[in-house]
Design a protein around this ligand. Structure first.
Ligand SMILES: NC(=O)c1ccc[n+]([C@@H]2O[C@H](COP(=O)([O-])OP(=O)(O)OC[C@H]3O[C@@H](n4cnc5c(N)ncnc54)[C@H](OP(=O)(O)O)[C@@H]3O)[C@@H](O)[C@H]2O)c1
Length: 230
């Protein structure tokens, strides 16, 4: 994997936490981030006594460089943070749209920028988008837009920062993720050829593949059980 640690931005919950758990279990030096240092430190301690914790808000990109200034070399970077934004265009809330757009597009990019000197030619990065980029739903305008933006962002980053590899993962609805578990999802399941929702473990497997396979670069990988086929 080369020298350096694994940094999971948005590692306090959901899929990001499971990615951090996977890499820590494999014996890697892992740091997670969230917005609140106390909460992030508590999650890090649950994952392992040697898991690092940092706090910053991606929606305040000017603060990111300082917040991660203490990190050494970074071999694997995962950007998995999200702010949910149900924002119908007929009842549009500008502040929510700015928050999500800033955190996922400017915030993700600023994190990469701040780490440039600590990435090596063997480093790789995975950004999280989502299948809403292709299948919108009422209220998804900002989510659909930013996830579409992620699919383009990896291409510019992979070119500008070559040979560092940049890939994106676009999950469908992840049935056992904290946001979705216990919500009625029969309509989505019926429209999924595999007859089930994807799991966090499957998304973590795919993330690891994108991070570790040195031939994969600039790829937008959907993990959705074939949801778009029906
Ligand atoms: N779950 C799904 O079904 C699904 C489907 C499609 C795409 N995705 C994508 O997969 C990724 C992970 O989703 P998830 O459901 O696992 O997420 P999640 O459980 O909601 O976790 C979100 C993470 O983002 C962090 N976060 C929220 N706002 C932030 C901000 N302004 N600055 C920095 N960090 C912030 C949270 O940290 P704190 O709250 O501790 O600050 C937390 O660690 C997201 O990018 C999402 O869009 C998920």
């Amino acid at each position: 994997m080369g020298d350096g640690s694994v940094l999971v931005v948005g590692g306090t919950g959901g899929i990001g936490r499971e990615v951090a758990r996977r890499y820590h279990e494999r014996g890697h030096d892992v740091t997670i981030t969230g917005r609140n240092l106390e909460r992030t430190s508590a999650v890090a301690a649950e994952l392992g006594a040697d898991v690092g914790a940092l706090a910053f808000d991606l929606a305040e990109p000017e603060t990111i460089a300082e917040a991660i200034s203490g990190l050494g070399a970074v071999s694997r970077l995962v950007l998995s943070s999200i702010a949910r934004d149900n924002n119908p265009i007929r009842d549009y809330t500008i502040a929510d749209a700015i928050n999500l757009t800033t955190m996922k597009l400017v915030g993700y990019t600023t994190t990469v920028n701040a780490l440039i000197g600590r990435l090596s030619e063997d480093s790789s990065v995975v950004l999280f988008g989502g299948r809403a980029k292709d299948r919108p739903y009422p209220g998804s305008t900002t989510v659909t837009t930013v996830n579409g933006g992620v699919s383009s962002l990896i291409r510019t980053l992979a070119v500008e920062l070559a040979p560092v590899r940049f890939n994106a993962i676009h999950p469908g609805i992840v049935g056992d993720s904290p946001f979705w578990e216990n919500k009625p999802l029969d309509a989505v399941i019926q429209r999924t050829p595999t007859g089930r929702l994807v799991t966090m473990a499957e998304v973590v497997d795919a993330t690891e593949f994108l991070l570790e396979n040195r031939g994969v670069n600039g790829v937008n990988l959907a993990i959705d059980g074939g949801w778009m086929l029906l």
